[in-house]
Unconditional design. Structure first.
Length: 871
């Protein structure tokens, strides 16, 4: 910015309250904006950092600069001392300049400065400057004026006398300490101060101390200069450092530098004769108290501390700092705990050294729990699931559990016993489904209450659960609440109709759509499959699920965290509301430190906090690997959409009608054509209808939805997958949709490729450049070595098991060092499921017969109808 020519302006001064208003005009008496002259005028004014800290101020339509009394004084001195080319002064400005120069002359001795203070001055500004000079900046001014400070034979010291008894006050003493060691210090008395040698300098120092410390000024104004504990604490924490920096001598209490803050705790002592286990309901068998350090306060002492707001407390001969606000919060916390009792959440977090408070205002007050031996053992067992006692399987469970699956059952039942919700987060393929079914059968056996279990899952998994329950728990009475004929508030004959069943299966969407059915009754256990469906706590689904009334809560997922830690918080908030505190506090305590700051210590703390309620085993665990087969085949049963069901039934009905009039090759050809259409329909309705690409959406095909879901889990585990299909159009659709959904390139090997193109694809996949490889069953089912993958998805089914096995062997062969997981997708109620039943159970047709689909063409009209109709 260009410097303004000071010859061009006239300086004006007006007194405004206790400050000076500075403004300038040009030669024509026209007002000038401060931005034009501020930098030039304050070029030598160090107190305002050469004008940089000054801002324009408007007064009576004039724009200028407002200066404090002290800044105004130093401004005049800077003009007189620094500027060779001074501005023109108005009459009023010249008068203020003369006053400033006179004040400077009065700095020659303390006596003249004192005399100036005693004179009657008409100017408020001048009085303020004098007061400021005398009480705050004398050292600095004398140094700047090169005037030696008048030496005194005494140092004035502030001393604090400790009270003799609890509740008394602290006495303040001003002591004159002689520089001559042969003389004794003496207490300063106001009425005798003028009789002392160097009395004026002692008076000056006393007045300066009063000016610098409002607390001491108030105390020294009384007949008996004293401070309460509260006043002393405020002085020590807020004023003492500034006084020391200003050169004031003080004899602070000996304990001040070493004082510690008293540790305030709310203590809960569990009575020794209690042997009942924890529950989700609050415990009431605790004896409560508040302690500071190791000293337990009586109710009277606690109320006294709160009433008097004491900041200092003498315990066992030692002074400690007591935060009066924390004491108040501790009492509030104590009252709330006595009223509510204690849930297992608080006890467990305390056991894991993770503080928990009932109220966000009580963050800094901890609760110390002293558990009896029985409760202590229960809490300790939670940290080591494998040490839990083994529970005998229910006689209603039709299956066997592997060792690690038995550990999972023990853990689920232990959590049920103590009232905690749990997240079973085993790797895909380790049998979360069978573990939960074993829990259902055992809990049903143990429970005396006639309340059903509720299983909530994605629509695509309903059929799979029905099949698995039918296989492993055939005696459980199961009702699937889904479809057009499901129960509703209108067609339910009794509010307790659901009680006739042991287990209700439904979807996340229906729980949100029909709150009157689900939220108005009590459930024994609610379990969420694929619990990541409530990862966003703000969705309608998540809110609806969390409103359900139940005693026990469990969740299954292979991916507890897909993207962010807040997803995990939402699931845990369903399982154990409040266990991870509020979402905002969880973000502050864990999300920001872990996700943004990569704080490993916080990550370990969160892991420890989750360890009792989250059980996760992976295929890489050595103990798990020893208990696993080399290869596991899993049939994934998938429900058709309403659109697919209608198309399926129409296609079968119209084709069967036309077959009545046909024979021989024509009939066989039409049957084979029907089979192809039905398989394509099960894959995606757009393939049957030959619709454009934009109609090939994921939501129209549960089979496609499940495939995307499986692949996301596989990718999270850093594993690779082959996908087999019989149809070129299905492969192209998969390649296009998976690339968009998973945001990565997907390979597709089919008969239309050259050998070189195929070889390049295989090499690229085997080297780890791609993790998803789609193959035509006929082109990629034999002769290839694809051991980089350890997952195989059979998107549609071939009639010959040997052909599928050959395809699987692309992965499951010599050189494969990982556990191999085979996923066979089956559309419920369709030709896919019925042929699979034939191949599995080997009834009606021998294994040799089921080599291809030509045998179907030879079935009678009645047999065809039974095989093809949707049911």
């Amino acid at each position: 910015m260009l410097m303004f020519d000071l010859f061009e302006l006239t300086l004006h001064i007006e007194e405004y309250e206790d400050k000076l208003f500075v403004y300038c005009t040009d030669r024509n008496q026209k007002l000038l904006q401060p931005t034009k002259w501020k930098n030039s005028l304050f070029l030598w004014h160090s107190s305002s950092y050469y004008g940089t800290t000054l801002s324009p101020f408007e007064l009576d339509s004039k724009s200028g600069i407002l200066l404090s009394a002290w800044d105004g004084f130093t401004f005049f001195l800077s003009i007189e001392k620094g500027h060779l080319l001074k501005p023109t002064f108005s009459k009023e400005a010249r008068e203020y300049l003369d006053k400033a120069l006179k004040l400077k002359e009065n700095l020659l001795t303390v006596d003249t400065l004192k005399q100036s203070l005693l004179e009657n001055n008409d100017s408020t500004w001048e009085k303020n400057v004098l007061e400021f000079l005398f009480l705050n900046h004398t050292y600095q001014l004398l140094e700047e004026a090169n005037i030696p400070y008048p030496q005194s034979d005494y140092t004035v010291s502030v001393r604090f006398e400790e009270p003799l008894s609890e509740g008394s006050v602290w006495e303040i003493q001003l002591v004159a300490i002689p520089t001559d060691s042969d003389q004794d210090p003496f207490l300063i008395r106001d009425e005798m101060i003028h009789e002392y040698k160097n009395g004026k300098t002692i008076l000056y120092e006393v007045q300066r101390i009063k000016h610098l410390s409002p607390t001491l000024r108030n105390a020294l104004s009384g007949k008996l200069p004293t401070l309460s504990d509260e006043e002393l604490w405020n002085f020590l924490t807020k004023e003492s450092n500034e006084l020391l920096q200003k050169g004031v001598h003080m004899q602070l209490p000996s304990w001040w530098k070493e004082i510690k803050k008293g540790q305030i705790q709310v203590q809960a002592v569990h009575e020794d004769n209690q042997t009942s286990a924890f529950g989700i309901e609050a415990l009431t068998n605790f004896k409560w108290s508040v302690s500071i350090d190791s000293h337990t306060l009586t109710e009277k002492e606690l109320n006294e501390l709160i009433k008097k707001k004491k900041q200092l407390l003498k315990l066992d001969g030692q002074w400690i700092h007591v935060d009066s606000m924390l004491i108040k919060k501790a009492k509030k916390l104590l009252k709330e705990a006595q009223q509510r009792g204690v849930s297992i959440y608080q006890v467990l977090r305390a056991h894991l050294n993770q503080p928990f408070s009932f109220d966000s205002d009580c963050n800094n007050v901890s609760i110390e729990y002293h558990l009896n031996s029985y409760s202590q053992s229960i809490v300790s067992q939670l940290k080591q699931a494998h040490t839990l006692p083994s529970i005998r399987l229910s006689s209603a469970f039709n299956g066997r559990l592997r060792q690690y699956q038995q550990v999972g059952l023990n853990w689920l039942l232990h959590l049920r016993k103590i009232g905690l919700g749990g997240l079973l987060a085993d790797d895909m393929g380790l049998g979360k489904t069978i573990q939960l079914i074993s829990y259902f059968t055992k809990a049903n056996e143990l429970s005396s209450a006639q309340k059903p279990f509720l299983l909530i899952c994605p629509t695509s998994l309903i059929g799979n659960w029905e099949k698995e329950l039918d296989k492993f728990a055939p005696y459980l009475k199961v009702y699937t609440h889904y479809g057009r004929n499901r129960l509703s508030a209108e067609n339910t004959t009794s509010p307790d109709e659901a009680s006739a069943y042991d287990l209700i299966i439904t979807t996340y969407q229906l729980v949100a759509q029909e709150p009157e059915l689900f939220q108005t009754r009590a459930w024994d256990t609610i379990c969420l499959d694929e619990a990541q469906h409530i990862k966003n706590p703000h969705t309608k689904q998540a809110k609806a699920v969390k409103k359900l009334n139940t005693t026990h809560r469990f969740a299954l997922t292979g991916t507890p965290i897909e993207n962010r830690l807040t997803e995990l918080w939402s699931i845990v908030d369903f399982l154990n509301p409040g266990y991870l505190d509020s979402l905002e506090r969880f973000k502050k305590e864990f999300v920001i430190p872990i996700e943004k700051e990569q704080n490993l210590k916080k990550a370990e703390q969160l892991k420890a906090l989750l360890s009792p309620i989250l059980l996760r085993r992976t295929k890489l665990d050595k103990k798990i690997a020893l208990d696993l087969p080399d290869k596991q085949e899993e049939k994934v049963h998938i429900e058709l959409t309403a659109e697919q069901k209608v198309l399926y039934e129409e296609l079968v009905h119209s084709t069967l009608n036309s077959l009545k009039e046909q024979k021989g090759i024509e009939r066989s050809g039409q049957v084979l054509q029907l089979l192809t259409k039905l398989k394509l329909l099960c894959n995606h309705p757009a393939l049957l209808l030959k619709e454009p690409i934009n109609k090939q959406t994921i939501t129209r095909s549960p089979k496609l939805e499940k495939t995307v879901e499986l692949l996301k889990q596989i990718k999270l585990q850093n594993e690779s997958c082959l996908i087999f299909t019989q149809y070129l159009e299905t492969g192209n659709m998969l390649k296009r949709i998976l690339k968009r959904a998973l945001k990565e390139d997907v390979l597709f090997l089919h008969g239309g490729l050259s050998k070189a193109e195929r070889d390049d694809m295989v090499a690229s996949f085997q080297s780890g450049q791609h993790s998803i490889f789609i193959l035509s069953l006929r082109s990629g089912g034999v002769g290839l070595n694809l051991t980089a993958a350890n997952h195989v998805i059979h998107f549609d089914r071939w009639w010959n098991p040997a052909v599928e096995n050959q395809a699987t062997d692309r992965v499951y062969r010599i050189g494969q060092q990982k556990f191999v997981h085979i996923h066979k997708l089956l559309s419920l109620g369709t030709i896919e499921e019925k042929i699979d039943d034939m191949m599995t159970k080997k009834y009606a047709l021998s294994e040799q017969l089921v080599q291809n689909d030509k045998w179907i063409t030879e079935l009678s009209q009645q047999e065809l109808q039974e095989l093809l109709q949707y049911n």
